[in-house]
Design a protein around this ligand. Structure first.
Ligand code: PXP
Length: 247
């Protein structure tokens, strides 16, 4: 069964709109876990626009499933990860002006730093994943720097609107997942995934988990977080069951 990591950054985005106390991402994490999340994912951004260091510290104590920290290669956050010890660190690119994480980490262009950060986090017992585009050179580079988990950036797939583009992006993700598996790399996927587009990816080779945030939190505003998470678990299970029937 494919696992679901629920990204709760946008619960903190709403709180930061007033710099107040609610909604509390710690409470959101607990509700998401009760509703079926296998992992809680947060991104500690350099500009601290949503999740704060304090949130991370409390989540480390309260999360009962797994805590996945999305983080840039910056020294400041690497030091924080080494102290707080999330179960997994997902290395992501970060640009201050971006609205969200636009594109995967350029492992090819930052080999030495990636190697250093992967080694340091792994030495602390943290599983390390690299958030990369579904690109052959990036998969090989992730392997070379020691990563044994990648999360494929599914943004291009999610943003494609014409059938031919959707099908090309789906094919690219499936092919790169096969390449990753052939190198012994575990495959995760995330970004822009919704209740409607997640199904086509469940057959990706070696797929271990999805990390989904915006779509779940958006639905939660209307129907509640517990139901929004449960609905996503159902969407993934339905797609998995449909695939099993075809086999
Ligand atoms: N995975 C990673 C590595 C991300 O950076 C993000 C966005 O923070 C997500 C998954 C979730 O993306 P979305 O909010 O579009 O579901």
């Amino acid at each position: 069964m494919i696992k679901l990591g629920v990204n709760i950054d946008h619960v903190a985005t709403l709180r930061q709109a007033r710099r107040g106390r609610e909604p509390d991402p710690v409470a959101a994490a607990a509700i998401a876990e009760i509703a079926g999340a296998d992992q809680i994912t947060v991104h500690l951004r350099e500009d601290r626009r949503h999740i704060q260091t304090r949130d991370l510290k409390i989540l480390r104590e309260t999360v009962r499933t797994r805590l996945n920290l999305e983080m840039a290669l910056e020294e400041d956050v690497v030091g924080i990860a080494e102290k707080i010890l999330p179960d997994m660190a997902t290395l992501v690119p970060e640009h201050r002006e971006e609205i969200t994480t636009e594109g995967g980490l350029d492992v090819v262009g930052h080999r030495a730093r990636c190697f250093e950060v992967v080694s340091r986090l792994a030495a602390k017992g943290i599983a390390v994943s690299m958030f990369i585009d579904p690109d052959e050179k990036q998969v090989e580079a992730a392997f070379d720097v020691g990563a044994r988990i990648v999360e494929f950036h599914t943004g291009a797939y999610a943003n494609a609107s014409v059938a031919a583009d959707i099908s090309a992006e789906t094919k690219r993700l499936h092919e790169m997942a096969e390449l990753a598996v052939s190198r012994g790399i575990t495959v995760n996927a995330g970004h822009g995934l919704t209740y409607w587009n997640v199904g086509a990816l469940v057959t990706m080779a070696g797929l271990h988990e999805f990390n989904i945030g915006h779509s779940i939190v958006s639905r939660a505003v209307l129907v509640g977080l517990e139901r929004a998470v449960a609905d996503m678990v159902t969407a993934i299970r339905r797609a998995e069951t449909a695939q099993l029937r075809k086999m």
